[in-house]
Design a protein around this ligand. Structure first.
Ligand code: UT7
Length: 342
């Protein structure tokens, strides 16, 4: 049995900065509300014509991660790609990265667990490395939210929180035998699937059906009836998030005979700064033990943990031997944690 280790990290965000004031020109919202409820000051959005897409951003983040891992695309044995916003309905983003980076005909697996996507993807990679089947796996979280959000007041509770970006990690066989990914812990509770969801396009809402339905109703605005935009029961999600985050962090620590005080760096999925602060307070962690960057990027779903992990590492906040905890919660509901000795 082998162990796995993160050997390279990278992230990419589009250059286009969208401030809260920018959003307030499109819908009835304001900087004070957004900052007070979410901590977000700005986010990045792909700009029409800038060449970015979910898979393009994924390739940019992955190129950096590979360089830092001292590996070439041909060295990668598998891709695990987490996103809720793939360039195409099918196939998924994994094959796009395989092709764009000129990789061998390696497996490309797509993970669709939304905000928990990166932790799920990391867990999959960890299992494949542990069994000895693969040596180097590229794990990606990338999202193009701005392409699919409703920029009118009716969706303001959802639209203001999301941003675009990508993060990537190379998960390799741990040749040192020291540390690495100690364990991962994954959960789901599908009874809450409607509380944060996007229903179309799907086999329930195919385009011909939508057109027929609108013709029958004499509607011209499809969006009034057809769920093509994400919906969220914000307070319900918030309440579950704070419970599950704390639970799954403790579960991971207990599995390794560790305690909250042993955490050197907690990287929570950047859902809402208030959620991170609540969890920090509940676990009695200091400011130095928790990393947040939602203020700059908003909630980038599957990309948020690898972006934050990369930034924390670049800023020298994660050092060899540190205990790093990743934790996520989101649509599904799904949630998870990863306990890593760096
Ligand atoms: O990442 C995956 C998991 N997602 C999450 O964890 C998100 C969890 N939820 C949240 O972060 C928060 O619930 C939100 C930030 C989405 C919303 O904050 P909230 O404090 O729960 O607000 P609310 O939805 O209860 O709305 C409160 C009021 C409402 O007005 P009334 O009915 O009290 O008059 C909303 O219409 O705030 C209004 N509102 C806004 N006002 C200005 C909602 N969105 C906005 C907005 N700007 N963007």
């Amino acid at each position: 049995m082998y162990t796995s280790k993160i050997t390279g990290l990278g992230y990419y965000v589009p250059e286009n900065v969208v401030t809260n004031d920018d959003l307030s020109k499109l819908m009835d919202t304001n900087d004070a509300w957004i900052q007070e409820r979410t901590g977000i000051k700005e986010r990045r959005h792909i700009k029409k014509g800038d060449g970015n897409s979910t898979s393009v951003m994924a390739v940019k983040a992955s190129t950096i991660a590979l360089e830092r891992a001292n590996l070439k695309p041909k060295d990668i044995d598998m891709i695990v790609f987490a996103t809720l916003s793939p360039d195409m309905y099918f196939p998924g983003g994994g094959v796009e990265v395989q092709e764009a980076m000129g990789m061998r005909t390696i497996p490309a697996l797509d993970v669709r667990n939304q905000c928990s996507g990166f932790v799920y993807a990391l867990s999959v990679a960890d299992q494949f490395v542990k069994t000895g089947m693969y040596k180097n796996i590229l794990v990606i979280g990338s999202e193009n939210h701005s392409g699919g959000l409703d920029f009118t007041t009716r969706s303001r509770n959802v639209t203001v929180i999301f941003g675009d970006g990508a993060g990537a990690a190379v998960v390799s066989r741990n040749e040192t035998g020291k540390g690495g990914i100690l364990s991962t812990h994954l959960h789901s509770e599908g009874k809450h699937k409607n509380e944060l969801s996007l229903k179309g396009p799907s086999t329930e809402y195919w385009v011909p059906q939508i057109i027929a339905e609108n013709l029958r109703k004499g509607q011209t605005d499809q969006q009034e009836n057809i769920p093509y935009y994400p919906v969220m029961n914000g307070q319900f999600v918030f309440k579950h998030a704070i419970v599950r985050f704390s639970e799954v962090i403790k579960e991971g620590l207990e599995a390794n005979n560790l305690e909250v005080k042993d955490i050197d760096m907690l990287i929570p999925h950047q859902a809402n700064l208030r959620i991170s602060q609540f969890v920090q307070h509940k676990l009695k962690l200091t400011d130095d033990q928790v990393f947040n960057n939602i203020q700059k990027y908003g909630n980038t779903t599957a990309a948020s943990i690898p972006i934050a992990l990369t930034e924390a590492w670049e800023e020298g906040k994660i050092k060899e031997g540190d205990l790093v905890v990743l934790a996520a919660f989101g649509s599904g509901f799904t949630w998870g944690s990863a306990i890593i000795r760096w």
